[in-house]
Design a protein around this ligand. Structure first.
Ligand code: SF4
Length: 256
């Protein structure tokens, strides 16, 4: 999932009584428990055709080779943006933003997600979700609240551990895609092509399996920016063209 180098809204030191109020709110409202690593106040790229604010939720159980922000993976790292900061921003942006995208990390990891989405929706914003499908159970819970999903499918099921480093990740991701389809939610399927792991046959097999499910995936480049240094060195200047043949591109949807 994409983090990119976006400005995080950092909280200033808080007076003691305000901190006490926040702790009380966390007990009563699960949305306050969200670990929010950063927030983009205005984005045109996180939900196609929509102007959004985007929240980056800390923590992901996978360790993808090409992860753009490995610092977002550790679920023990506390958030640095408070839920009150988010709601205050949204109150100022009513009528000026189309929606809010919950991104990560893996946003479906967090228990407060559904309550947060509900509150954002009640303010009149659309709800977007970026997910890699690591938690199909929670995804199923929040899908009725979501207007659009960007879901990453990384490979065929058996190939997943070579990218995520985790067994069962492929089964979870493909099950999540099934849930998104069954929910009838507008969505986009993205496949990041990783020249350090993917072969041409693997990418084409992934596309074929997605088409069998009625999807036309968007292929994306893996990038060195933000990735761990070992991956950046291994990737070097290899691009998607190092994996696929020129003739393949006539039949594929690629976002560069
Ligand atoms: S699914 Fe992979 S790329 Fe996305 S946040 Fe987790 S480790 Fe990074």
């Amino acid at each position: 999932m994409e983090w990119a180098a976006r400005a995080a809204v950092r909280r200033a030191p808080q007076p003691i009584d305000l901190m006490r109020d926040r702790r009380a709110s966390m007990r009563e409202d699960p949305a306050w428990m969200l670990q929010i690593a950063g927030m983009t106040n205005m984005s045109t790229v996180d939900w196609p055709g929509r102007l959004t604010a985007t929240l980056f939720l800390q923590g992901c159980p996978w360790e993808c080779t090409y992860c753009h922000n490995p610092a977002m993976q550790d679920s023990r790292v506390p958030g640095i943006v408070g839920w009150d900061d988010v709601t205050a921003l949204l109150d100022r942006r009513i009528g000026r933003l189309d929606g809010v995208v919950f991104s990560g990390g893996e946003p479906t990891r967090q228990r407060g997600l559904a309550d947060a989405m509900r509150q954002v929706s009640e303010k009149g914003f659309g709800i977007g979700l970026h997910t890699a499908g690591a938690f199909p159970g929670r995804l199923a819970m929040v899908l009725p609240l979501v207007d659009w999903v960007g879901i990453d499918i990384k490979a065929t099921e058996a190939f997943y551990p070579q990218i995520t480093g985790k067994g069962m990740s492929g089964r979870r991701a493909w099950e999540s895609l099934r849930l998104v389809q069954e929910a009838g939610v507008a969505h986009e399927v993205r496949v990041t092509v990783d020249p350090t792991t993917h072969t041409r046959d693997e990418v084409l097999a992934t596309v074929e399996q997605l088409r069998e499910r009625g999807e036309e995936p968007i292929l994306q480049e893996a990038r060195a920016e933000g990735a761990n240094p070992a991956y950046a060195a291994a990737l070097a200047d290899r691009r998607i063209t190092a994996v696929l043949d020129e003739a393949d591109f006539a039949d594929l949807c690629v976002r560069r």
